[in-house]
Design a binder for this molecule. Structure first.
Ligand SMILES: [Zn+2]
Length: 258
C-alpha cells in the first residue's frame, strides 16, 4: 500500500472504487445518527440509486476513512453481520479494538501510564505474571498504537478521534507521539499529501467532476488543491494506473516504514 495516495478510493483499471462511490452517502447516514446509537451495519444504509450495499463492499480502509472501526468480536456476541462503531457515539472509546493480551492473560486496553512502574494492579495481571511479561506487553501495545497512529493520521483522523480509538486521553496520546520523536503537525501532512494527490488524480487523470471528488473527502476543492500544491507530488499528473512504470511505483513494495 502506497501511503502517498489513498489507493482504496480508485480502481486499478480506472474509475472510483465501490466504497468511494458510496462514501458521501454513507458518511451522511452515519453522521445523522443519534449520539447514543452505538453501531451500524453496512446493509442497513439506504442508497440513492437503490443499490443494496453489502459488508464486503465497504470494509477495511474505507471504514476507517469514515472514522469508524469494527465492533470487536468480544462485544459482538453471536451476530454474524459485522457491526461498525458510529463516529459520534458517546461511549465509543469503551469499544476500542487496540488491545493486547499479556502472556499472563490480562487484557491491556486502557490508558497506560508510562511513568507508573506498578502496572500489575492497573491491568489485573495475574499472580503468575512476571515483570518481563509486563514489560513486553507494554512494548507491544505501544508498537501497535504507533503503527495505528500513523495509519489513522494518513486516513485523516485528528488527535481527539485517535485517542478515542485507543481509549486514551488526548493529552497522553500527544505525549506518546512526542516521545516517539514526531509531532501531530508533521504527521498530519500524511493525510494532506495523500488527499491532495488522490483528488488531483481523480480530477486530472480520471476526469471526475471536482464536486464529486471533493465530496469523497467532505472537503472543499480549494482546500484539496491547496494541499496538493503544498504537499502533493508532481508525478501524480502523469500517473497512469496501467503503465508499467506507474503501477510498479504505486503498487509494489512497502512504503510504510517505522
Ligand atoms: Zn501480565
Amino acid at each position: 500500500m502506497d501511503r502517498r495516495m489513498h489507493p482504496f478510493l480508485f480502481n486499478r483499471d480506472g474509475g472510483l472504487s465501490k466504497p468511494a462511490e458510496y462514501i458521501p452517502e454513507i458518511r451522511k447516514y452515519i453522521q445523522n445518527k443519534n449520539k447514543l446509537a452505538q453501531s451500524f451495519k453496512v446493509k442497513e444504509i439506504p442508497t440513492e440509486d437503490g443499490t443494496q450495499l453489502r459488508g464486503s463492499d465497504i470494509n477495511g480502509y474505507a471504514i476507517e476513512f469514515l472514522k469508524s472501526w469494527q465492533l470487536p468480536e468480544s462485544f459482538a456476541k453471536q451476530n454474524k453481520t459485522k457491526k461498525y462503531i458510529l463516529p459520534n457515539y458517546k461511549h465509543r472509546s469503551e469499544y476500542t479494538d487496540i488491545v493486547f493480551e499479556c502472556e499472563c492473560g490480562a487484557k491491556l486496553s486502557n490508558d497506560y501510564n508510562m511513568n507508573n512502574s506498578n502496572v500489575r494492579d492497573e491491568h489485573n495481571h495475574s499472580k503468575k505474571c512476571k515483570s518481563f511479561m509486563r514489560l513486553e506487553s507494554r512494548a507491544k501495545i505501544q508498537r501497535k498504537r504507533w503503527r495505528k497512529t500513523k495509519e489513522l493520521l494518513w486516513l485523516g483522523w485528528n488527535g481527539k478521534e485517535i485517542s478515542q480509538r485507543f481509549n486514551m486521553t488526548p493529552g497522553s496520546l500527544r505525549s506518546f507521539i512526542n516521545r516517539n520523536d514526531r509531532n501531530f503537525n508533521e504527521m498530519r501532512k500524511l493525510f494532506k499529501r495523500a488527499a491532495g494527490n488522490t483528488y488531483t488524480h481523480l480530477v486530472h487523470n480520471e476526469n471526475l467532476p471536482a464536486k464529486e471528488a471533493s465530496d469523497i473527502y467532505n472537503t472543499h476543492r480549494a482546500t484539496l488543491n491547496e494541499w496538493y500544491r503544498d504537499y502533493g507530488d508532481e508525478w501524480v499528473k502523469d500517473f497512469k494506473m496501467k503503465s508499467p512504470r506507474g503501477s510498479g511505483m504505486m503498487w509494489r513494495g512497502e512504503y510504510w516504514n517505522d
